[in-house]
Write a protein that binds this ligand. Structure first.
Ligand code: AMP
Length: 255
């Protein structure tokens, strides 16, 4: 059953360790000169696809990223982790702000059909917009079954068993392929790309295409009204005794 082809969506986001700053015009966050990396949940998705390939259950892993030229660095990271080739869907930086889950889902759905993939892997969520929608929307557009928040993925014949983390426990689903899976934190621990693999990845192919080549229109019906910093936490008060604490809590209506 090593005939499966996997497409993994990798998003370039501001690195998780960077302190985010809101732009003075409140229309977004500062991205210029800021360190970017692959979205952590996408790393988990790549790792899972590469492990399936190492188990000879998948024959080809394709990494795709939509956005400006720098997305090719993110694709290179996926290639260094073990993906076979990349597709960069180029969207100029000025337009990339308009890329929401629905626009990306349209691109991914078209690519999944074009590349005749059996498995589409995504991160469960991008840490920049926290949308947690792209996988679900792509599955909807393709009318494919979906296993979101996957914490375990096993191939059973022509079906995919997906264990998913839900409130209060684990749910096990059996999906008919082709299917969409989104990776949760506990699915695996992604490997670091080694130097020899980074060197090898430089020779792997990245195809550059435009959304128009797929017949996808990126028009969005959403517009950002304002982006704000979270409210500052108020300073706390020290109390001497439990009675004082109870009195204070009563005062502010918390008990
Ligand atoms: P979101 O729905 O924005 O939280 O993103 C969930 C997942 O969708 C990410 O972890 C990626 O796998 C995929 N995704 C979102 N935006 C992009 C993008 N611009 N390029 C590639 N994959 C993306």
């Amino acid at each position: 059953m090593a005939e499966l082809r996997a497409l993994v969506a990798v998003k370039r986001v501001i690195d998780f360790a960077v302190k985010i700053r809101v732009k003075p015009d409140k229309m977004g966050v500062v991205t210029d000169g800021v360190k970017h990396s692959m979205n952590p949940f996408c790393e988990i998705a790549v790792e899972e696809a590469v492990r399936l390939k190492e188990k000879k259950l998948v024959k080809e892993v394709i990494a795709v990223s939509c956005g400006p030229t720098q997305c090719q660095e993110t694709i290179r990271t996926a290639l260094a982790m073990g993906a076979d080739r990349g597709i960069h869907v180029e969207v100029p930086a000025a337009e990339a702000d308009r890329l929401g889950p629905l626009q990306v889902a349209r691109v991914l759905a078209k690519l999944a059909e074009k590349e005749k993939v059996d498995l589409l892997l995504l991160g469960k969520q991008a840490i920049d917009d926290d949308c947690n929608q792209t996988g679900q929307m792509t599955a909807g557009l393709l009318d494919w079954p979906q296993g979101t928040f996957a914490s375990q993925v096993t191939l059973e014949g022509d079906k995919l068993k997906v264990e998913r983390e839900i409130d209060g426990g684990l749910e096990t689903l059996r999906l008919k392929l082709p299917a969409v899976v989104t990776a949760d934190l506990r699915l695996n621990e992604p490997r670091y790309a080694t130097l020899p693999n980074i060197m090898k990845a430089k020779k792997k192919k990245i195809e550059v295409i435009k959304p128009g080549d797929l017949g996808v229109d990126l028009t969005s019906k959403l517009s950002v009204v304002s982006v704000e910093d979270p409210p500052q936490r108020m300073a706390g008060v020290k109390v001497e005794t439990t009675e004082d604490l109870v009195a204070k809590l009563r005062e502010i209506g918390r008990i």
